[in-house]
Design a protein around this ligand. Structure first.
Ligand SMILES: Cc1ncc(C[n+]2csc(CCOP(=O)(O)OP(=O)(O)O)c2C)c(N)n1
Ligand SMILES: [Mg+2]
Length: 685
């Protein structure tokens, strides 16, 4: 068989595996894999430096399938290249990442060929995609990471990091705002390591894009400062390869390749129609397609002789050689630059360098205290010096969030300074969160920041950080009504409840400066979970830790700050964040009146839930039902800790525009009101 024939056979194997898997599952998206099989073939077998034997080799090229509904493209590629599985401890396992049996069980429980690409579930998936636009935005984080890594670690004669990122996207991705935000930033930063390939098929679910999407996409990307190329025929793999070649030669600009394609290519009745997008073709149409591909009509899940070998000779050989050369290079690098090599190795395992928490401040008791955001700024500036690969920034609110790294040499990440540790995301919260994920996927320790109210704008990507089990950090200041005069548009109410509802996302709302430090100490030790740090704008009294329990209790999610007397309390006050000092004041009033009050600081529900029942019961004894929870946020969910008979002082409406003091009075966040609620719980008034 000629090489050309094997190539065609390999491409048609991707097509038919996709068709058969969708047909068997009676669900899925066959049309786009049929159209993009040649593209994926070309990227994988002719261009990418990726070793199927080790899909987490640090200098591999990245492949992102942003149009995640076309997941069969990825399952076919991973299967045909015989990519091997790795586990959560970064160990290489002998078995394939995606077996033919997995593909036969596409979209079925436990199959390694799920509906959409899932990082952490299937080895070789670089990022979870499905919510359109996320993949391309995340790829920008990968691009920033590569630039930063190259700048810090590459040395003369040692190109340790020089990989590229390929992201495939469709009309949907490019209609989503997040893609525009990310493309704008990528253009500004001149990320020439990123190549987006746009599947220009004029079809989405509701039909032809003439009903929705008629802008000049090429002009748009030119305006963003990208290099824009066009390949007029998605079956022309030489042209595709040529365009990818131009990408690799293009400097100082990202590349955008418009690929004109036909969804459902080869399907006599469905090609170029929305019907090819998201449903099985049907048995008859499947036969007709196979006939069009010159494929045995009755064969199912067929991988013809020579196809595995063809991929082994392409990506297999190229990837193995690239990785072996790199490994050799890295050996020498390790002896010449042991410290840098050590950093790279720690980072790959998501470990922290020795002394990562040295010099973290301890704040003395101070009734005036410090704003949560101020304490956070101090912590970040220490941690970023101790952990070289901790970096991040804000969506144009650095001076307000206090997330700017101000120590000498921190620098601003820009095209001409890829060593900078301050990322300026611009007012692009959604792509910021996706970019933070891209940085975390690249094993950096990233943070993104904004006002808490705007976490809404970032939420879909934050959700993915939890789904992917990434240690992304999201830092939000102005957590409640602290910026009173800005009014209800700027006062979060339901945000805590909403983020607490995301499985696997750790939220922390520390109550004073020392709790902020302890929150960072906890967060930094997370390797596979994202965290949200929720901080006050206004100063919070720094509690006297000789009188009250040490702030290290933060690591248990909730802890007893103080009791009126040893033994069982009569009433428990529970609070987070700015309401902790309020609860402490109320507690002291109650104690002065001879009431056996207990005050509990509860910065994190999620962390508390992980403690033993014994510990949880020691903090909130089940038989003490007189309880008052106080939090300047939606009361939603607090029954869990206040109990059905307890009281919750929180928000049931939006806030209002007024000075903070007045808002505190109006909404009940005053010591007397909390103390009164507690007494009411005890049947006293
Ligand atoms: C954020 C988001 N909104 C909606 C969807 C549902 N959805 C999945 S695919 C799709 C159409 C995508 O069209 P296009 O990107 O052109 O893909 P094609 O059909 O051409 O493969 C939609 C609306 C989604 N996955 N993500
Ligand atoms: Mg489309």
């Amino acid at each position: 068989m000629t090489d050309e024939n094997t190539t065609q056979l390999a491409i048609n194997t991707i097509r038919t595996l996709s068709i058969d898997a969708v047909q068997q599952a009676k669900s899925g998206h066959p049309g786009t894999p049929m159209a993009l099989a040649p593209l994926v073939y070309t990227i994988w077998n002719r261009v990418m430096r990726f070793d199927p034997e080790d899909p987490i080799w640090p200098n591999r090229d990245r492949f992102v399938l942003s149009n995640g509904h076309a997941s069969m493209l990825l399952w076919s590629a991973l299967h045909l290249t015989r990519t091997k599985a790795v586990n959560a401890d970064y160990e290489r396992l002998g078995h394939p990442s995606v077996s033919l049996d997995d593909i036969r069980h596409f979209r079925q429980l436990d199959s390694k060929a799920p509906g959409h690409p899932e990082y952490h579930w299937v080895s070789g998936v670089e990022t979870t995609t499905g919510p359109l636009g996320q993949g391309v935005a995340t790829s920008v984080g990968m691009g920033i990471a590569q630039k930063w890594l190259a700048k810090r670690y590459n040395q003369p004669g040692f190109e340790i990091f020089n990989y590229n990122i390929y992201a495939v996207c469709g009309d949907g991705c490019l209609m989503e705002g997040i893609a525009s935000e990310a493309a704008s930033l990528a253009g500004h930063l001149g990320l020439d390591n990123i190549c987006w390939i746009y599947d220009n098929n004029h079809i989405t679910i509701e039909g032809n894009t003439r009903i929705t999407f008629t802008e000049d996409v090429e002009a748009r990307f030119l305006a963003y400062g990208w290099n824009v190329l066009r390949v007029g025929n998605a079956n022309d793999i030489d042209r595709i390869e040529h365009a990818l070649d131009i990408f690799r030669k293009t400097k100082e600009r990202p590349t955008f390749i418009v690929l004109d394609s036909h969804i459902g290519y080869g399907s006599p009745h469905k090609q170029d129609t929305a019907a090819a997008h998201g449903e099985p073709l049907g048995d008859d149409e499947v036969r007709l397609c196979k006939r069009a591909y010159d494929w045995p009509e009755d064969a199912k899940f067929l991988v013809p002789d020579g196809v595995y070998e063809h991929f082994a000779a392409g990506i297999g050989a190229r990837g193995a050689e690239a990785r072996q050369q790199w490994t050799k290079l890295f050996e020498t690098y390790r002896s010449e630059y042991p410290e840098l090599a050590n950093e790279i190795e720690l980072m790959q395992r998501r470990e922290l360098p020795a002394g990562w928490d040295r010099d973290l401040p301890v704040f003395p008791a101070d009734p005036k205290g410090l704003a949560g955001r101020e304490a956070s700024g101090k912590a970040l500036n220490v941690l970023a010096q101790n952990i070289p690969w901790l970096l991040g920034g804000s969506a144009d609110l650095g001076p307000s969030n206090k997330t700017t790294l101000t120590y000498e040499g921190a620098g601003d990440f820009q095209a001409d300074n890829p060593a900078g540790k301050n990322l300026h995301f611009g007012i692009r919260e959604h792509s910021m969160a996706a970019i933070v994920n891209g940085l975390a996927l690249s094993k950096l320790r990233p943070f993104g920041a904004s006002f808490f109210i705007f976490s809404d704008y970032a939420r879909p990507a934050m959700r993915l950080s939890a789904l992917m089990e990434l240690p992304s950090m999201f830092i939000f200041s102005h957590d409640a009504m602290g910026d009173g005069e800005d009014g209800p548009t700027h006062q979060p109410v339901e945000h805590l409840a909403s983020l607490r509802a995301i499985p696997g996302l750790v939220t922390l709302r520390p109550g004073d400066a020392n709790e902020v430090i302890e929150a960072y100490r906890y967060i930094l030790q997370l390797r596979h979970e994202p965290a949200v740090l929720v901080l006050s704008r206004q100063a919070l009294p720094t509690l006297d830790r000789k009188k009250y329990a040490p702030a290290s209790g933060v690591a248990r999610g909730a802890y007893v700050l103080g009791d009126a007397s040893p033994g069982k309390p009569e009433v428990i006050l529970i609070a987070s964040g700015s309401e902790v000092s309020l609860a402490v004041e109320a507690h002291e009033k109650l104690v002065a009146e001879g009431i056996r009050s207990r005050v509990v600081s509860m910065p994190s529900w999620e962390i508390f839930e992980r403690q033993t029942k014994e510990y949880r019961d020691s903090v909130l004894p089940p038989n003490v039902t007189a309880r008052v929870a106080v939090e300047q946020a939606s009361t939603f969910g607090w029954e869990r800790y206040a109990g059905t008979s307890g009281d919750v002082i929180g928000m049931k409406t939006f806030g209002a525009s007024a000075p903070l003091k007045e808002l505190q009075r109006k909404f009940g966040f005053e010591p007397d009101q909390v103390a009164t609620a507690a007494k009411k719980q005890l049947g006293r008034r």
